[in-house]
Design a protein around this ligand. Structure first.
Ligand code: NPW
Ligand code: ATP
Ligand code: MG
Length: 373
């Protein structure tokens, strides 16, 4: 409606002709907000409008991807941690963590249950795997005091590492065990107190939807819901069904209602909002909908979000990109790269394209936009 879709780039931004309509829309949809709120939004919209001049998703990727500088030491290109991996799921945390490395992060950790850890380690020696989480079934004979002690130990194990991470990915393959989710909610609270950014996906969204305070008002959080996860969020936060006639306005309201948390709504086009702007990425990807593509996305967004924060703190704020919310930039870059890699993988593998094939094309896709040398 008010977002003009880019023809070549697939990353759409606000076109000047749409700004007025959008402001009117905002005033309608954000009824009750002060004039200064609206003025602030207008300024942000102008900023994004400027970026549409030449800056598309590829420009964002180019701007925020750091060069391979020999002066940089291990860790400076990103240290990511995935919190996920339980009795049922070992693929999802692996996909997220290995994607972060394949894109260019230096270190990728996984915090999971003991049983999942052995399996995830066997997929790849590149990952640093911490078998610290517990599920109810493994502590069924432990009394309440014993459980409190286990929870305390898990938190202290995690806290030893937490501040080293540039971003956490919470939820891929986490499962829904109540004790495990209680531990993860405490981990999220600690991470938030330390201002560690987080991407919340999969069962992390199940947790957050039932306890929205975990992320509410935390501007360093990104939620990446798929169709089901989005539906649950809308029902819980906005109190109704998803409105397919008002996709952008609804996403804007949802993000605003959760206090400016960035939301990446996955689908045919990926829609991104931080409560102030709505962006969409619609680069052609793949018609295969095999499980695990969302996990690649969450690991990718974590890396790009970290790079966007570095980019913004290292540059003067004169460019439009450096004035844009880094969580939004991270989402645009992650979505665009995943889609490019999926398209390439599909070219080769057609109907047999799997998530591992897409991961194998992440490097080539980024190389085409940001050559290593
Ligand atoms: N290779 C792997 O390891 C992969 C693992 N993956 C991992 O799987 C996890 C779930 O993610 P997903 O995408 O299947 O969730 P989603 O679309 O909400 O649900 C689909 C339907 O299933 C149901 N449902 C789900 N969990 C349930 C539960 N514990 N108990 C009961 N019902 C449950 C759900 O029901 P509902 O919640 O709507 O009641 C809906 O109808 C998550 O950790 C993800 O990372 C994926 O990333 C793919 C690759
Ligand atoms: N209909 C679609 N057409 C094109 N691309 C899509 C479509 N749906 C999703 N995608 C792409 O696939 C990515 C993953 O979205 P999806 O909805 O499959 O996530 P998910 O269900 O969380 O995946 P996972 O199986 O990893 O949990 C999205 O970012 C998007 O780029
Ligand atoms: Mg998912």
């Amino acid at each position: 409606m008010f977002v003009k879709h880019g023809v070549n780039s697939g990353f759409s931004s606000l076109a000047s002709s749409a700004v007025l309509r959008r402001q009117q829309f905002l005033i309608r949809s954000l009824g009750g907000h002060s004039v200064s709120d609206i003025t602030h939004q207008k300024k942000r919209m102008e900023a994004v409008k400027c970026s549409s001049g030449g800056a598309d998703a590829e420009c964002v990727l180019r701007a925020i991807t750091p060069s391979l500088d020999p002066k940089r030491h291990k860790g400076q290109a990103g240290k990511i941690a995935v919190i996920g991996g339980c009795r049922e799921y070992t693929g999802a945390p692996y996909f997220a963590a290995i994607s972060a490395l394949k894109i260019g992060a230096d270190l990728s950790h996984v915090f999971c249950t003991q049983g999942a850890a052995t399996v995830i380690k066997s997929y790849s020696p590149e990952l640093i795997v911490h078998p610290i989480l517990e599920e109810s079934y493994s502590i069924s004979d432990v009394d309440d005091e014993g459980r409190r002690q286990i929870l305390k130990k898990i938190l202290s194990e995690f806290d030893k590492w937490m501040e080293r991470f540039d971003c956490l990915v919470i939820g891929p393959g986490l499962g829904r065990d109540p004790f495990l989710l209680e531990c993860v909610s405490k981990i999220m609270t600690h991470a938030r107190e330390s201002n560690v950014p987080m991407v919340v996906d999969g069962d992390g969204l199940f947790l957050v939807t039932n306890c929205i305070e975990l992320v509410s008002g935390y501007r360093l959080a990104v939620l990446t819901p798929n169709v089901n996860e989005y539906k649950r969020l809308v029902q819980k936060v906005l109190g109704g069904d998803v409105d397919d006639q008002n996709t952008h306005g609804e996403l804007l309201s949802l993000s605003k209602q959760i206090g400016g948390v960035t939301i990446l709504r996955k689908g045919k086009s990926d829609l991104i909002s931080d409560g102030e702007i709505v962006q969409s990425v619609s680069i052609y990807g793949s018609p295969r909908r095999c499980g695990g593509q969302g996990d690649i996305l969450s690991g990718s967004v974590a890396v790009f979000l970290s790079w966007a924060r570095q980019h913004i703190s290292a540059t003067e704020r004169e460019s439009t990109i450096s004035r844009t919310n880094p969580t939004v930039l991270g989402c645009i870059a992650g979505s665009a790269l995943l889609r490019k890699a999926a398209a390439l993988a599909f070219e080769h593998k057609k109907r047999s394209t799997l998530t591992t094939d897409i991961i194998e094309h992440l490097g080539q896709s980024l190389e085409a936009i940001c050559p290593a040398s």
